[in-house]
Ligand binder design. Sequence first.
Ligand SMILES: C[S@@+](CC[C@H](N)C(=O)[O-])C[C@H]1O[C@@H](n2cnc3c(N)ncnc32)[C@H](O)[C@@H]1O
Length: 246
Amino acid sequence: MLSSRASNWLVFSRALRKLKPVVAQVLGRSRFAEDALASAMGRGINQYVIVGAGLDSYALRRPDPAGQLRIFEVDHPDTQRAKRRRLGSLGIALPAHLEFVAIDFELQELSEAMKGSSRRRDTPAFYSWLGTTHYLTPQATLATLGSIARCAAPGSEVVLDYSVPLSLIDPEKLRDLLWVEKLARRMGEPLIGNLDPVQLHADVAQLGYGIVEDLAAPEQARRYFSNRTDGLEPTPACRLLHLRLP
Ligand SMILES: C[S@@+](CC[C@H](N)C(=O)[O-])C[C@H]1O[C@@H](n2cnc3c(N)ncnc32)[C@H](O)[C@@H]1O
């Protein structure tokens, strides 16, 4: 849809205009994570764990001929099967620096699932966890962050996106957001994961993390969306958080 100007216009300027901030959120969160990963690699981190990877295409977009980075995609086995099938039907081979780690978050802790992988526990890793906390209870989000803190070496980093409570959002922008929320509920994926930034900062500090950055929409817009002509701008409903274990 995005590659054709006509279908792009029809879908995002007409039929699904209200989803535009969601598109911007998907682009912004990946860029935020991949910029932070690039800096982490500059500091010598060479393991990238993509939690709830879904159709994340980083491993395909960034071949690693020098063998600098090992990538672990952690996801539900059904999603991984579907991804393998889709890539197979497109004739795309899985790159050698990519390893799939199967997990069912309902049944298993991340630290347990990672034990079955070749990830090294004694060296730091970079974790991204994108597009998922919105659908989890705050307790489940903190449990997974706690699990990462327990199984990651000092110096490891985590990037995630999260939704803020509606009470923190400018009432003028609320109408479109409530529409998105209703749509998600109808699709059986209610957005139940609102996290208050002040409380979240206190909770992650308890788990042992330091906060590197927590970007609200205006900062995201300045960094990633200025000078665009397509009207894409990030949603005020979501923030981008970067954590580091000392
Ligand atoms: C909305 S997608 C996010 C995909 C990607 N990270 C992104 O940024 O677009 C959520 C991911 O969480 C995974 N997931 C949902 N429930 C899960 C569970 N119980 N166990 C393991 N993975 C799960 C799904 O398979 C899916 O890949």
